[in-house]
Design a protein around this ligand. Sequence first.
Ligand code: NAP
Length: 357
Amino acid sequence: MIHPVDPRRDVQRKFPLLGRLLPEPAIHFFSAYFPPVYLSHIVGIRSAATGKEIEGWLVACPLTPQRMLSLPLERVYRKIIETGRLAERLGARILGLGAFTAVVGDAGVTVARHLRIPVTTGNSYTVAVALQALREAAQQIGIPLSGATAAVVGATGAIGRVAARLLAREVPRLILAGRRAERLESIRSLVEAEGARTEIAKDLYALREADLVLVVSSSPVAIIRPEHLKPGAVVCDVAQPRNVSPLVAAQRDDVLVIDGGIVEVPGEVDFGFDFGLPPRMTYACMAETITLALEGRWESYSLGRRLSIEQVEEIARLAEKHGFRLAGFLSFGRPVSEARLQWIRARALFPTGHIRG
Ligand SMILES: NC(=O)c1ccc[n+]([C@@H]2O[C@H](COP(=O)([O-])OP(=O)(O)OC[C@H]3O[C@@H](n4cnc5c(N)ncnc54)[C@H](OP(=O)(O)O)[C@@H]3O)[C@@H](O)[C@H]2O)c1
């Protein structure tokens, strides 16, 4: 299940005329009155391990993130459940909740209770893929994890909580950032128990000390601005919609921002709908649902905000077995060139020095 993230762009993908004519506030408003939308039939996914082929469907909950956050929760649940019932009628045996449909309320628990098929948020595999991308990008830039300061923005969330615990095993110093200091404080000892010296950020300027930043916050608008980041930093933005401002791309050629949580699907997949990624790529949350289907695990795998390290490790193993691979780096939707990596590498080594490009 997906939903419009960038209202005009995404509505145009399904309803070109409507998307072009309606102003953005009107899309937000009308999205509450729109029924669930059938988007496409997915074919061609084939397990690299067993050769098994599966099919699926993309369905859309019409609500935008802003609407999901402003409408009464009961109304949002009802719309997500209605969209889930459409998936049931199509013949789906498991439902994956994408982006904000997994963020609102209790992260899938209530929705799953009202459907006959199992439901997963995809968050366990998203954690695995985001950390893998961060590790790989750090290596490319020449930042050894064993000496790095890392930060997790949105550390109290479903993805952030377990991602922070896993990162704390790999770096000596970890900064937990988010909206509410008292909530961050409540998970500090849990994270610290995994190894890293852990600090709570007062605000996003604390990110200026971080070599690696994992962005897993769920703000409906961008929150990380150019002045928040250290020269040579690697930032992995998993949030949908993006939580790193496009100004960072425009003004900070000395940091690497990668779009997190994107993988390549095994087989000759045809999603039948352009949801904004290059061919054969998908979001890790969708990949978790596909992995469970390939594995025949018809169960509600990731629900709620207390995911375990074991869940993350198991789904990563299963996805790898069936042939999912980390996609090449994209930054604000565009491939990252080797020249760009070299440039940032130099800035990481000589942050204030004069460098010739
Ligand atoms: N790329 C993918 O495949 C993929 C897959 C799944 C999810 N996602 C995206 O990942 C993000 C996180 O998902 P989640 O399920 O972990 O969400 P979540 O459980 O709601 O957690 C969100 C976290 O962000 C914090 N936060 C919210 N607004 C903030 C703001 N304005 N400033 C700073 N921190 C803020 C929250 O703080 P509080 O605790 O104080 O509320 C919480 O710690 C979402 O954007 C989601 O759409 C992407």
